[in-house]
Design a protein. Structure first.
Length: 445
């Protein structure tokens, strides 16, 4: 990663791109688009027992590939690559080629197993069982994971379990993986993570640990304090001006900015927010600009660029025909890619957007418009976003004298290449879905 506090990330399921070699062929274009992190869901063999079918059905058809998070079969477990995706040597070539393009490969690290994982035969004491001796599958109410089993952290052989997990991670570090997206770290012992992170950093201090932890704020903060480099956040569920202002202010100014590095994901394989489901392309544009300009690090899951917004059913955040349970035929296209590329370039060219705690929220005289300034010594960027994806919204963005700008200045919109004369005090803004969803204005000196 170019820096642990500034990154542009995207993700893809390798099986939808022709395996690891197919992913490697996408690297030049991903670099052109301005991404510097590529996240891969688990690349390991997938279990057969209780395999999930399309749309998370309990019965899989013969051709259904299963969920990548149901790790392990006769070909191996966490230390193996699914034979349909390639080999460990293919992964080594991928990480080397990615590095040549300025991209780090992020790998999912999920501590769980299918019923067919070799560890269940070799170390049955590492897994939870019911009083009758049967395996207890994983649950995260209301979600049930009948194809997945959690490890038993109270196992008499906990030291052997810890060492096996460390060996797995170090193997992938030796393959060139520099970033790990850790699945649900808050459900594992904190002492384990302190030990794991210390051991891995003794081998390679540049390895980044990203916590996929949607849980209580205190727990997310504690994970950061014990060594996690970055964390998922509540950004996905903050969609109004008030929610965004309150949350970003807490992240930037409450004191936790000294140790907690947020990553704003616009979507994930698990989360398609209702705002995106019902807002169409304008909603996607609004969330993209907010993520890319409010946070130094942000992420996009494959499909966002195509404005994929159909849930499996009303009221659900799961995608219809989710890629977690089936193979897609992906191509690197999509109507939002030009905007994504433009924003990534804007972020690289403007140091003010590479920091978290330099944000000042501005009054807009309209609750549907959110405005904020981000500043460094020589760079000021003012962003205005219409968070209403359905209607045009007008307001007056008040630039306070405390920003230290000239009484009158040129505001150059880096999205449209238009320039406006702004001043200290109120400035009229009109943002209309389908025409212009946001301004990203650089103050020209």
């Amino acid at each position: 990663m170019s820096a642990p506090d500034s990154a542009r990330g995207t993700s893809c399921f390798p099986r939808s791109w022709g395996g690891l070699q197919g992913v490697e062929r996408q690297l030049p274009r991903l670099a052109e688009l301005g991404f510097d992190v590529l996240y891969l869901p688990p690349i390991h063999p997938i279990g057969h027992t209780n395999r999930k079918g399309r749309d998370n059905s309990l019965i899989a058809a013969p051709e259904d590939p299963g969920s990548p998070w149901a790790i392990g079969d006769e070909n191996g477990g966490h230390d193996a690559v699914h034979p349909d995706l390639g080999t460990i040597d293919d992964l080594r070539r991928l990480t080397r080629a990615a590095a040549d393009h300025g991209i780090d490969i992020a790998l999912d690290f999920a501590i769980q197993a299918s019923a067919d994982h070799p560890w269940l035969r070799e170390h049955p004491e590492w897994f939870h069982r019911r009083p009758d001796g049967t395996l207890k599958y994983a649950e995260n109410p209301p979600k049930r994971y009948q194809d997945i089993y959690n490890v038993n952290w109270d196992s008499p052989d906990w030291q052997g379990l810890w060492q096996a997990l460390l060996d797995v991670m170090l193997q992938w570090v030796d393959c060139g993986v520099k970033v790990f997206r850790v699945d649900n770290p808050h459900t594992k012992p904190f002492a384990f993570w302190e030990w794991m992170i210390e051991q891995v950093h003794a081998r390679d201090r540049d390895v980044v640990f990203l916590a996929e932890a949607f849980t209580r704020r205190a727990v997310m903060r504690h994970l950061a304090k014990i060594g996690f480099s970055q964390s998922y956040t509540y950004f996905t569920w903050k969609n109004s001006r008030y929610e965004l202002t309150e949350y970003a202010s807490e992240l930037a100014h409450s004191g936790e900015q000294e140790y907690f590095r947020p990553n704003f994901f616009v979507n994930t394989p698990d989360i398609l927010h209702a705002y995106l489901q019902h807002g169409g392309r304008p909603a996607f544009e609004a969330r993209l600009v907010l993520a890319a300009t409010l946070s130094p690090s942000y992420g996009i899951y494959s499909g966002f660029e195509n404005v994929e917004n159909v849930p499996v059913r009303e009221g659900s955040e799961e995608y219809l025909h989710s890629e977690k349970y089936e193979i897609k035929q992906r191509v690197l296209g999509g109507e939002l890619l030009p905007t994504i590329q433009q924003l990534n370039f804007i972020r690289r060219e403007n140091p003010a957007l590479q920091h978290l705690s330099n944000v000042t929220f501005l009054d807009t005289a309209n609750e549907a418009l959110i405005a904020y300034a981000k500043q460094t010594t020589s760079n000021t960027v003012i962003c205005v976003v219409n968070v209403d994806p359905h209607q045009a919204q007008a307001g007056a963005v008040t630039v306070p004298a405390s920003l230290g700008l000239a009484p009158s200045f040129t505001a150059h919109d880096l999205l449209s290449d238009e320039s406006y004369q702004w001043r200290i005090g109120p400035n009229y803004v009109l943002l209309e879905p389908g025409t212009r969803q946001a301004h990203v204005l650089r103050v020209e000196t």
